[in-house]
Design a protein around this ligand. Sequence first.
Ligand code: ATP
Length: 350
Amino acid sequence: MSIEIHGVSKQFGQFSALNNVSLSIPAGEFVALLGPSGSGKTTLLRMIAGLDTPNVGRLLVNGVDIQEQSVRERGVGFVFQHYALFRHMTVFENIAFGLRIKPKSVRLTDTAIHEKVMSLLGLVQLDWLADRFPSQLSGGQRQRIALARALAVEPKLLLLDEPFGALDSNIRKELRSWLRGLHDRLGITSVFVTHDVDEAMEMADRVVVMKDGRIEQDASPEIIYHQPANSFVYRFIGNVNLFHGRIDEQAQRFGQRPVGHSDAVRAYIRPSSMQLHLAVDNSSSGFFGATIKRLLNHGLNARVELISEWGEVFEVAVDPAKIDFSNLTPGRAVFVSVDQSKVYYEDFSI
Ligand code: ATP
């Protein structure tokens, strides 16, 4: 199922929750709507679901205006953060619910419903829980049952609003790859709302980064990471150092005051785009001096916090296989080089 969103805006009173949003989602794609709290992700998802109407703009589902279709005709499945399972029904009956309320003319027989529910339970790998009640399940199990229930009516479009938000990080990770696999096997279109960068980057074909009701960037995870459209996207994706400085004949001068307003820049550099050196050859250039503040992490994501020679605090990622941590003592003077191709500049001249 394809979705076309053209110039959609939504006002709540004086407040603009969505501002002229346009987005095209081809059938079969897994799209993540990523952004900070209040950026308009859920509002956009509700529009796609047809649960809310835009003040301006149009939404087309498979080329047909969404307003011209009933919710049932659209074939949409929803999963929300807080498992909306019916507490008084067993797992089996929760999943069967959408099948039982269909009009008699299209309703499956009891035997067919039984078969379908059991096959969905197999799909979410929880067939042994059919007779339990929601209160007897773990959070991750409840969320998988909520997915099975959404899938029971064979949606062509699956809309998920922070479905793993209430779960702990290990279960979230497990469910990410499981859900992505399920999406691929069923060949449906999925739109997933999250404020978790890793979740979006790991699961989605395309990440739509939102802020203040606008789309800041709409691209593959790889492009979002390596070619962020602006400093907001760069910072939101995380793990970034900010340096103030100036641009001077195409060379950057970190830590130097701009001569005039025209050449002032902010430079954003990821900890992994910088190298730490315990000593450098006097004749070499391209380094700046820094002092070690502390070691932040010893494991796979080892990072050192430093203070630059001009006083800005920043982090450098270090490879435990290449550096002896006993050399990284607080107060030690070191040198830092920067992979220039990975520096993102933002002009903040007035
Ligand atoms: P979160 O990650 O916190 O769920 P979000 O990006 O999904 O945030 P939305 O729920 O889309 O954000 O809300 C966008 C903005 O619109 C928020 O500032 C919210 O307060 C406002 N908003 C949403 N629904 C309504 C409503 N029914 N009435 C008034 N304001 C609303």
